[in-house]
Design a protein around this ligand. Sequence first.
Ligand SMILES: N[C@@H](CCC(=O)N[C@@H](CS)C(=O)NCC(=O)O)C(=O)O
Length: 204
Amino acid sequence: MRLIGMLDSPFVRRVAVSCKFMGLPFTHEALSVFRDYDAFAAINPAVKAPSFVTDDGVVLMDSSLILDYLERLALPERRLTPADIGEVARSLRIVGLAQIAAEKAVQIYYELNKRPDDKRHQPWLDRAEGQLHGVYAALENELGDAPGWLFGQRPMLADITTVTAWRFSKDYLSEYLHAERYPRLAAFSARAEALPEFESTPAE
Ligand SMILES: N[C@@H](CCC(=O)N[C@@H](CS)C(=O)NCC(=O)O)C(=O)O
């Protein structure tokens, strides 16, 4: 299986880290959606990262859909979504919040870095910043003060998605993030980033 895309993308990184926790082997091709446009388009004309090629040669895209596929390949004890229906809604909620955090952070980053200064639309930036803080405040509440992981003994998809979104925001939008407002997220992420699955998947 081939994972295509740069690990500075929170979406690519959450797939790579998840594969490692699931024990699923893959090769990684660090193509950029900007610098390597043509090579990327030759694999997937959508030029979206992550893209993912299955062993049967099917090209998948969108991290949630790729992870849906991988979850079905993983052994039951390595799966990353709770089996208990009582925990499923909370897991989906946290993954949703973290995905929106990543999406808003990437939108702000593109607005600041891909658009000429005189074409920037400040109300759109303000709106995205408000949404970013809304979702991080909700995630901070979800984390609580208990040590450990969101669903028990090991990190699951909700933990991984939270940590990869936070890392991108912290690395690329430090002046927008105000990380000191979210001490639980900072401590939780630091603990996760020290695990071999994260450490061997560097965000840069
Ligand atoms: N919802 C998608 C978002 C993927 C996404 O937007 N990736 C960015 C890189 S961080 C990308 O492909 N940007 C190029 C583009 O949107 O044209 C996912 O979860 O995979």
